[in-house]
Design a protein around this ligand. Structure first.
Ligand code: ADP
Length: 545
């Protein structure tokens, strides 16, 4: 029997329509590429995204056309999120930190029709333009007074475009499975691959972000999006924000510790989201400026994802900022939310140490995400918190295949996607990543978790950042090497660090050696570049070999 419920499509335009009626005055605060702070509301974003949609129509943008952005977090970027997807085109957010040749590759692969860019990227755009074969026009996201002087044939001004239209526009009633936005994975091996989200997947993902056992975002929140809008749609926050009416604070290009701290203070930020490396920058600023975050800030929760949140980082947020670290895990292919680490009633009354042990895990799946772990033959492994296996996922906001069929068939017979991560799952559903499958250290038939060692090492007061890789060993096949970036002015020797790890991790997991470096390589999304480290240390022989 068919049900008798209304079949209304889940559309991105409905999010901004809802915000306009229910949270019209909630603020969007942006640090602009031009310099000053800018304040507007969801009501303004609603109006201007409609003006933008009309302007795109005039430019000849049709359903399904890709419209690219090279931009930091800010209100104009938010207008593009709603204007482009809302009118039926596909928003393609490009990561400007990629190598120029990768940007050219993905813009051409996506066949972007227009490219909108922050004026800070003007020189980059001018340089890349001749190689961008499908782009019909370039739009500088600024007003007439700040237009860059560029030798580009079809250069347009964002404010002129938007200002030329009124806001009398009806969003089209699209099929909810229509493509809405496109994001490329960073492609550590091979070419980047496109993940094509739908209106439906985006709206469902927003419900998960707002849910209490998700990120619990609400109208009470002042949310600082340090995670860029070109990194998996800023983890879905631009959509979830409109769904619940959260105030959004956008840092623009200023991602240094001082600027982030200032925004937190002046905007009464309660929730901040970002990858571990940005929080290290924030900690450095607090240290050098001798600040008292508990006194200055209203921070309640910090969402940490993209890489494992070190225990020491969670502890510091708790003790010094009075804020809870919310560990989250996901990936571009998952929109990105997969798991969030929230507590259960049984964790009440735990000691700080015990609580931090729970937080070290990546958390439990939000409803909608099904997870399992399997061995190399694809057999299910027990959910006992001990067995580690390939982490497989399935759900309505998880990719079914890459754009233009790159990578071929990517789901198994049961429709699960292999995340490439290795993890354990316990009886309550808490998942803990032990490694990327390609980073696992195989020592004498056992698997050693590089993440576990890194996590323990950054607990040492002299260690700013740590990376662990496997180096060849004649007897054990591979043994862990700890690579350390020390905090400025702090000292620690090899032996001292190895002694520090003793008792924190299993004896056979203790690295054979420690190498000190002045810099650790990171990917365009802030992850440690293990591939590069393995190349750098490929001839390294540990002291015990
Ligand atoms: P990209 O794929 O473009 O490098 P993603 O953000 O999609 O960027 O990366 C997803 C991967 O990042 C995951 O598969 C996982 O390996 C890693 N990751 C994300 N969050 C965490 C986390 N909380 N702990 C450990 N690893 C994480």
């Amino acid at each position: 029997m068919k049900a008798l419920m209304q079949d209304r499509p889940l559309l991105i335009s409905s999010l901004i329509e809802h915000a306009r009626h229910c949270h019209p005055g909630a603020e969007i605060v942006s640090r602009t590429a031009e310099g000053p702070m800018h304040r507007c509301t969801y009501s303004d974003v609603h109006r201007r995204s409609k003006q933008l949609a009309k302007a795109l129509q005039v430019l000849g943008v049709r359903n399904g056309d890709r419209v690219a952005t090279l931009a930091w977090n800010g209100y104009r970027h938010l207008e593009l999120y709603y204007g482009v997807s809302g009118m039926g085109a596909v928003l393609h957010t490009i990561n400007p930190r990629l190598y120029p040749e990768q940007i050219v590759y993905i813009a051409n692969h996506a066949e972007d029709a227009y490219l909108f860019f922050d004026i800070g990227f003007a020189a980059l755009v001018e340089r890349l333009a001749p190689a961008l074969t499908s782009v019909r026009g370039f739009v500088a996201m600024t007003d007439r007074a700040h237009m860059p002087a560029l030798a580009l044939p079809s250069l347009l001004c964002y404010e002129d475009l938007v200002g030329a239209q009124d806001s009398h526009y009806e969003w089209p009633l699209l099929d909810e499975n229509t493509a809405s936005s496109l994001c490329y994975t960073s492609g550590t091996t091979g070419n980047p691959k496109g993940v094509l989200y739908s209106h439906r997947s985006t709206v469902l993902h927003s419900y998960a972000a707002c849910a209490a056992d998700g990120l619990a975002v609400s109208a009470a929140e002042s949310a600082l999006l340090v995670v860029p809008m070109f990194h998996v749609n800023a983890w879905g926050m631009p959509y979830a924000g409109a769904m619940c009416g959260a105030k959004l604070v956008m840092p623009g290009p200023a991602l240094d510790g001082k600027s982030i701290y200032e925004l937190m203070r002046t905007e009464g930020v309660t929730l901040a989201l970002g990858v571990p490396t940005v929080w290290l920058t924030l900690f450095n600023h607090v240290d050098t400026a001798g600040l008292d975050p508990k006194k200055d800030l209203k921070l309640d929760r910090v969402v940490i994802g993209g890489s494992a949140a070190p225990r020491a980082m969670c502890a510091r947020f708790e003790s010094e900022f009075g804020a809870r670290a919310v560990h989250a895990w996901g990936m571009t292919e998952m929109s990105p939310l997969g798991t969030v680490c929230n507590f259960l009633p049984k964790h009440a009354g735990m000691t700080t140490d015990e609580r931090l042990d729970v937080l070290a895990r990546q958390g439990r799946p939000v409803f909608g995400v099904e997870m399992r772990i399997t061995d190399d033959e694809g057999r299910d492994l027990p959910r006992d918190g001990k067995a580690a296996g390939h982490l497989m996922v399935r759900g309505p906001w998880i990719t079914a295949g890459y754009f233009k069929g790159e990578g071929g068939q990517i789901l198994d017979a049961d429709g699960y996607f292999d995340t490439g991560d290795v993890a354990t799952i316990d009886a309550d559903g808490y998942m803990q990543i032990t490694d990327r499958a390609k980073d696992v250290i195989k020592s004498g038939g056992e698997w050693i978790s590089s993440i576990e060692i890194e996590n323990a090492a950054v607990g040492h007061p002299a260690v700013a950042e740590a990376a662990v890789i496997g180096v060849a060993h004649p007897k054990w096949q591979e043994r862990p090497l700890l690579i350390v970036l020390k905090k400025p002015g702090k000292q620690a020797s090899r032996d001292e660090l190895l002694a520090f790890l003793d008792g924190k991790i299993a004896k056979w997991c203790i690295p054979d050696d420690v190498a000190f470096v002045d810099e650790l390589p990171h990917t365009a999304t802030g992850k440690l570049q293990k591939l590069k480290l393995r190349e750098m240390f490929k001839d390294y022989r540990t002291r015990s070999t």
